[in-house]
Design a binder for this molecule. Structure first.
Ligand SMILES: Nc1ncnc2c1ncn2[C@@H]1O[C@H](COP(=O)(O)OP(=O)(O)OP(=O)(O)O)[C@@H](O)[C@H]1O
Ligand SMILES: [Mg+2]
Length: 319
């Protein structure tokens, strides 16, 4: 399929660049290439991180010609994005097949400094909202805006560079922990890799491994526990210093300790950044400033516990 082809093309380009830079061996490139051909559902994640790696390269043009061949890009605006935030989803209706409605009226706003949660039953359209924000699909009705500019005007591929997604079932590729974190930011130095790992609560367990950052994670990260994989995926996302970090079900299958790391992160959003977290986990929802529940394709907003607690703090009289 086109998707598998694109995934393969992306893997080849990314991996090829890594080989040129001496970051990976041809062997691990081949296994990554083989893996990527089967990614299909994960292609969005791959494409999200790739253009930075290959920007300016001749291969980017080839990749884009593959992308353009069968699937027209959902947006064709050209305006350089001024800011990613606030991110607004306004009265959006969306269907994958043009018949079955997934979203009927979705409304959502993410402002700088906020942690916003989306909650709702399985299949409600939570991950779909993330895909719409990333600009992989275009709504049938309504609109999205970033920094007050409509997506229809914007160079959405450039906008996407300011987002990072940790998908619901994020995969690692066969390679070392360091390579997995650096993926998407090939020029990042060791200090930045380590800082990102620390933020993701991964530094300690990595340092405790006999091979440390050089530990090989195995295909799809199979040599690591789920919590460890998740933290590496989060470190990879943080390394990109996104304005908007989207975490899709970040605490599912996590042990308590790993979940606590995620929760701590939700409470430490930088003033110029924001986190959108998709979750059923009451602890995650409680950590958000605002919560959107989604049911029957319609969102409804309620204040989160963090906002209530924050409001109380703000009203404490200064001595
Ligand atoms: N690529 C796709 N093509 C067609 N239908 C899709 C696609 N992805 C999701 N759907 C359908 O759209 C609906 C919403 O899916 P979505 O993945 O957004 O739900 P979700 O709220 O994230 O669910 P979960 O809690 O299980 O992750 C579901 O009915 C799903 O089957
Ligand atoms: Mg989902």
């Amino acid at each position: 399929s086109v998707i598998a082809m694109v995934a393969a093309a992306v893997a080849l380009v990314v991996g090829g660049t890594a080989v040129i830079h001496g970051d990976t061996t041809l062997g691990s490139l081949v296994s990554f290439f083989a893996l990527a051909a089967f990614l299909r559902g994960h292609v969005n994640t791959v494409v999200t991180v790739v253009p930075e790696v290959i920007s300016g390269a001749e291969s980017l043009e080839r990749l884009q010609s593959v992308l353009r061949a069968d699937e027209p890009a959902p947006y064709d605006g050209t305006a350089a994005p001024r800011a990613a935030l606030p991110l607004v989803v306004r009265d959006v209706a969306f269907s994958y097949d043009g018949r079955t409605p997934v979203l009927r009226r979705a409304n959502l706003e993410i402002r700088p400094g906020e942690c916003v949660a989306i909650s709702g039953p399985n299949g409600a359209g939570k991950s779909t909202i993330a895909r719409l924000i990333l600009g992989f699909y275009r709504p049938a009705e309504g609109q999205l805006l970033a920094g007050d500019a409509p997506y229809t005007d914007l160079d959405v591929a450039a906008l996407r560079m300011r987002f990072a997604l940790v998908a619901q079932d994020e995969l690692l590729f066969h390679g070392t922990i360091e390579q997995n974190i650096r993926y998407g930011e090939p020029l990042a130095g060791d200090d930045r890799i380590r800082a990102a790992a620390r933020l993701a609560g991964a530094d300690e367990f990595i340092a405790a491994l006999p091979d440390g950052y050089a530990t090989v994670v195995g295909d799809e990260g199979s040599l690591l526990a789920g919590g460890a994989r998740q933290r590496i995926a989060i470190a990879r996302a943080l390394l990109r210093e996104p304005n908007l970090l989207i975490l899709d079900e970040p605490t599912t299958n996590l042990d308590r300790e790993s979940a606590a790391v995620v929760l701590r992160m939700l409470g430490a959003v930088p003033p110029d950044g924001a986190i959108l977290v998709i979750s059923h986990d009451p602890a995650v929802i409680a950590a958000a400033d605002r919560v959107y529940r989604i049911g029957d394709g319609v969102t409804s907003e309620e204040p989160g516990h963090a906002a209530v607690a924050g409001a109380e703090k703000r009203f404490v009289p200064t001595p």
